[in-house]
Design a protein around this ligand. Sequence first.
Ligand code: UDP
Length: 344
Amino acid sequence: MELDVHKPTILVTGGAGYIGSNAAFLLSQQGYQVVIIDNFKHGQQFYPDWARVIKCDFSDQSILDQIFTHYNVEAVMHFAGLIEVGASVRDPKIFYEENVVKVLKLLNKMQEHGIDKFVFSSSAAVYGTPTKVPIVEEHPCNPINPYGNTKYAVECMLSDFSRAYGLNFVALRYFNAAGADVENGLGERHKPETHVIPLLLEAAQSGETFSIFGNDYQTPDGTCIRDYLHVKDLASAHYKALKFLDGNKSAVFNLGTGIGASVSELVNMVTKQTGLSINVEVKKRRSGDPDRLVADPSRASTLLGWKPEYSSLETIIADAWLFYQKPDAVLYYSDQSYQQSSVF
Ligand code: UDP
């Protein structure tokens, strides 16, 4: 896709992934020009007619130089990175490399080119096991796994860079992203899949058994409570964050609904929405799972003027199920490491 070199442009790293593609699409709908960089190791292969897509590592210094020189990049939205908590425990080195070291390289390149706006995909994992729920942003950050540590490390780096170099950033602490933009074919299928809703849909369709990880938590039905947010609502928060940065301010926001749902409630809702029964077994707890993680989203509501519109459990699961059944929702993965030295 040919772009206008003068038009305000947003660079979206990891823009072929689940949340990145939804946010990038919304930006394009709002009139921004979008350049996506993605290594396609974990993202879907897709050929949008609303963005330029470049296959590369998001810290590739030469490609960043070319993009920042060629286009009128106003801000960078950073979604790329590793997300699987279990893998971060087994192999933290790669998480620090991908989620921290490479972000430093990206920020340095932005600074060199005078780009001072950054939107960062952070996570509720920065809070660890909360002492008070719903969680406000002032709650102490005590991550309990390497994934959460890497997210918190970048948040610290952003605050320090903001103070020292005038970087303007928004860190968005996602609770549980879910649902899909069915109409535009932008939804969730990770490989390997570890997230509860796609696993439940798979169990409903295949007849395989779904495992509930523990039913002895301090919650009304004994299963863990999480705050599920529709990915279209997540996307709109990113757009609002970009607008917030126009005021040359930095902030951290929780993104959640403020309402939790238990794993058993999800099982019931998936059964209802799919009309299929699910074989369920209860297994022992997954390590590091707190009883309840629910956001207090008041700050995002007040300062960003953001409110979830699509995040009822019915809509989330209905959309996830529609997306799951779409034949063109089958994603293609590439294991080749892709090197591109020149993009223009
Ligand atoms: N969960 C479960 N069975 C599964 C996968 C997840 O019971 O096969 C539970 C998990 O223990 C947690 C909730 O579902 O309480 C959400 O897990 P997910 O991995 O989707 O998101 P997380 O909250 O860990 O980011």
